[in-house]
Design a binder for this molecule. Structure first.
Ligand code: DSN
Length: 416
């Protein structure tokens, strides 16, 4: 690389990723194939429009790959229609709202501080400015309260019910949500649609280790880079023909211009990787590791949420008397990367928080085992108890020395 300044930061970041334990629940390491696609010649091509209907010439290779990306996504999630053009999960949610709602319509979602997402009606997001959001609370145990959801639906009479979360550690019963919405629709004068933002659990859905929201929701949005282990990007799925037409025009030309075809090629590769049986084994290991770490922290007397997916929440205020911000920074000092996170009923501000969020998608990709996950729980415990930092750093290095280098990852694909 000619630009030595930028290259030096790539090297530093590569060392940081290889030498540390990455536990941010929304991160993962894609294969070199996915990374190469993103640096490919496809990035030079303008292709506004859709396959067969582009506003530029020379799109025959782009069309073939975007068609494949859509077909593979449809197969992976057992869904009739996919749109692979959104640049991110937030763009996917923006387009889904445009397809489903009129400005000012009512949406019922989970509050950001309870595990929702900025685009699910946070006051600082476009979503709360364009639509009228109300929220359903979690039960006292931090789990979804399905009876409470039923009551809130009747109280609010929304046009859209939104499920799918960024910091929810338990299984989601999409089937039950569909039944509740159908029951509500049978006596409400306002028709309520059902949308699921499965960004965090897309890999678990692809592996069929939880319910598939595509079987129940009108629209499912996602990212492709979290548990799904693909490039940074968005995805929209639906089984409804009337909606796919609206989704397409909500993405282009309403909210985006030229699609990132190099990223779409990378998405096509990641879908083929996720279709391979080995991906299911990866997701099963990921869930086992997460549960093992969460349970070990509970066994050590900490206030851990436990886990039924790829993440859990650790209440560091009740467990160690420190804020999530302090915990995140103490862990970072020993080479363990997490993020501070609000806990259900949090009394601290989002800048401090009472908790941290921990996930194993990235570390499992590198080869983290269940034994490693239990060791990591003990390292987290000792770090937050302020035990010998230098010794803990050495133990972190010893664990990651047995894992794969992030620049060497390769996964089998299923392409036919
Ligand atoms: N920022 C992502 C996360 O960390 O969960 C969600 O968009």
């Amino acid at each position: 690389m000619q630009d030595k300044v930028i290259e030096s930061y790539f090297k530093k970041e590569r060392d940081r990723q290889n030498n540390g334990i990455e536990l941010i629940a929304s991160e993962n390491y894609p294969s070199m194939d996915v990374r190469e696609a993103q640096a490919s010649i496809f990035g030079s091509k303008y292709a506004e429009g859709y396959s067969g209907h582009r506003y530029y010439g020379g799109c025959e290779n782009i069309d073939a790959v975007e068609d494949l990306a859509e077909q593979r996504a449809e197969r992976l999630f057992d869904c009739r229609y996919a749109n692979v053009q959104t640049h991110s999960g937030s763009q996917a949610n923006f387009a889904a709202y445009i397809a489903l709602l009129e400005k000012g319509d009512k949406v019922l979602s989970l509050f950001l501080n309870d595990g929702g997402h900025l685009t699910h009606g946070s006051p600082v997001s476009f979503s709360s400015h364009d639509y009228s959001f109300s929220h359903y609370p979690l039960g006292g145990d931090g789990r979804l309260d399905y009876k409470g959801i039923e009551e809130r639906l009747d109280e609010v009479n929304p046009n859209l019910f939104l499920a799918g979360y960024s910091a929810y550690p338990y299984e989601i019963d999409f089937k039950r949500m569909r039944e509740i919405i159908d029951k509500h629709n049978s006596h409400s004068s306002t028709h309520c649609d059902f949308m699921v933002d499965m960004a965090h659990i897309a890999g678990i859905v692809a592996a069929r280790l939880c319910q598939n929201p595509c079987d129940y929701a009108d629209i499912v949005t996602s990212t492709t880079h979290k548990t799904l282990r693909g490039p940074r990007g968005g995805l929209i799925l639906t089984n409804r023909e009337d909606l796919i037409r609206k989704i397409k025009s909500a993405v282009f030309p309403y909210s985006q211009g030229g699609p990132l075809e190099h990223v779409i090629a990378a998405k096509a590769i990641c879908f083929a990787e996720a279709l391979h049986p080995e991906f299911k084994e990866y997701v099963a290991r990921l869930m086992e590791n997460t549960k093992a770490c969460a349970d070990e922290l509970s066994r050590l007397g900490c206030d851990s949420s436990g886990s039924e997916n790829h993440l859990f929440l650790l209440n560091v205020l009740s467990s160690f008397g420190i804020s999530g911000k302090e915990a995140q920074s103490k862990l970072e000092e020993v080479g363990i990367t997490t993020n501070k996170n609000m806990i259900h009923g949090d009394t601290l501000s989002p800048a401090l928080t009472s908790g941290i969020r921990i996930g194993f998608a990235a570390s499992t990709t590198r080869g983290c085992t269940k034994i490693d996950a239990i060791k990591i729980a003990r390292l987290i415990y000792r770090t937050l108890k302020c035990e010998d930092k230098e010794k803990i750093k050495e133990e972190v290095k010893e664990i990651v020395s047995r894992w794969k280098d992030v620049d060497t990852l390769s996964f089998p694909v299923l392409t036919d």
